[in-house]
Design a protein around this ligand. Structure first.
Ligand SMILES: NC(=O)c1ccc[n+]([C@@H]2O[C@H](COP(=O)([O-])OP(=O)(O)OC[C@H]3O[C@@H](n4cnc5c(N)ncnc54)[C@H](O)[C@@H]3O)[C@@H](O)[C@H]2O)c1
Ligand SMILES: [Zn+2]
Ligand SMILES: [Zn+2]
Length: 388
């Protein structure tokens, strides 16, 4: 089959690789009909996440048709259309039982590597480093889906791929980010980053009862899309974000702040140089600029919710502000399986049509140019969907 493989910084290649097969009794093999490039893939593409190996198959947002199932997968059969959650989760462990699927204790065969870095290992993920399992990803013609009975959601007829594909990641991710804010009626939510995750966080904050959402980015087309979702917008290159947020909230600050940017924040000015230099010599693993701003702007007693991905050790975190303002921090890789069914209902009853975020449709073969276009925000790119 064809698959999009990682070869190093800014180097991905679509190659012929062996077809996946059933290995375990709870596996399924899915023939992929749609797959997408995620902001998280850019961290790999930019070479910021360790334990990738040349030839690794990328991709963790995919859906398709079941072509083979293991003997213990009772809820799926050949021909079913499914969307696959990006964390691989057993359904039975301490964490899965509590619906913390991205923390599954049974799905990462390389748990020891992650344990060294993080103290404990999160779940295995598709196409996302050997530290997180070394699983082949879904930017391919086929994928093996371990624990398919837990991770693959059957899609009813009549819903096109584009409306349900993002149930694999970014819709639940934006939704969990907003849910983590514990939104009360009348609340103002500020969202850093108007990429796909930020877009879903904005819409989810409204679904969950926020009165106002302020969205922060610098790309006009992304700010426009945020506005279409009901947000007020701030271009951080033109306006001081902290000042703006204080002015708009009578000095209180937003009730909750969502960092939908993560480890590769763009940072203008002196602090930016500091982070870039430290990150480039590996003295700091992340550029936590949006996170710092979120902590400083958040209302006292408020919540900072972090769907943005971080990888390691960060500098100049305003811990004093965090502690003295009695803030709450909520974060994590998304517990996708917890949200798939309820969000599918939201799509079916017309609360939201997730396809709004798609700007680019390409063939799988064009993945290398898709990565480049998405990374550089060329051609007003916000979300790329690939079809094998
Ligand atoms: N927690 C999860 O399970 C999960 C799932 C999917 C994605 N993510 C993460 O969410 C983040 C966003 O993903 P995406 O697909 O939307 O990516 P993206 O790269 O398209 O979007 C990031 C956006 O942040 C903006 N940005 C950069 N610096 C900023 C700053 N200083 N202030 C405000 N905005 C800034 C960029 O202009 C861009 O629009 C990434 O870190 C990704 O890894 C996490
Ligand atoms: Zn993702
Ligand atoms: Zn588990």
């Amino acid at each position: 089959m064809k698959a999009n493989c990682w070869y190093g910084k800014h180097d991905v290649r679509v190659e012929e690789v062996p077809d996946p097969k059933i290995i375990n009794r709870r596996d399924a093999v899915v023939k992929i009909t749609s797959t997408a490039i995620c902001g998280s893939d850019l961290h790999l593409y930019n070479g910021f996440v360790p334990t990738m190996e040349k030839g690794d198959i990328l991709g963790h947002e995919f859906m398709g048709e079941v072509v083979d199932v293991g003997s213990e997968v009772k809820n799926l059969r050949q021909g079913d259309r499914v969307v696959v959650a990006f964390p691989i989760s057993c359904g039975n462990c301490f964490f899965c039982q509590r619906e913390m699927f991205s923390l599954c204790d049974n799905s990462n065969p390389n748990a020891w590597i992650a344990q060294k870095l993080f103290g404990h290992s999160p779940a295995g993920l598709y196409g996302y480093t050997h530290m997180l399992g070394g699983f082949a990803g879904g930017q391919a013609e086929y994928a093996r889906v371990p624990f398919a009975d837990v991770g693959a959601l059957k899609i009813p007829d009549g819903l096109p791929d584009e409306k349900v594909l993002f149930m694999s990641d970014i819709f639940p991710t934006g939704y969990m980010a907003a849910e983590n804010c514990n939104i009360q009626s009348g609340d103002t939510v500020a969202v850093w980053g108007c990429g796909p995750v930020g877009q879903f966080a904005i819409r989810s904050a409204f679904l969950l009862g926020a009165e106002r959402v302020v969205a922060i980015d610098r790309f006009p087309e992304r700010l426009r899309m945020a506005e279409q979702g009901g947000a007020e917008t701030v271009n951080y290159e033109e306006t001081d974000v902290y000042e703006y947020l204080m002015e708009k909230t009578g000095g209180l600050g937003p009730d909750s702040c969502i960092d939908a940017v993560g480890m590769e924040a763009h940072v203008p000015g002196v602090i930016g140089a500091y982070d870039r230099v430290k990150q480039s010599v590996m003295a700091e693993t992340d550029r936590p600029h949006a996170f710092r701003q979120a902590v400083l702007a958040c209302r006292k007693g408020g919540t900072v919710s972090v769907p943005g991905v971080y990888g390691g050790f960060d500098d100049k975190i305003p811990m004093g502000a965090f502690m003295n303002k009695a803030l709450t921090l909520k974060t994590g890789q998304t517990h996708v399986q917890r949200y798939m069914k309820p969000l599918l209902e939201r799509v079916r009853n017309g609360d939201i049509d997730p396809s709004f975020v798609i700007t680019h449709r390409m063939r799988l073969e064009d993945a290398p140019s898709g990565y480049q276009t998405f990374l550089n925000k060329e051609d007003e790119c916000i979300k790329v969907v690939l079809t094998p």
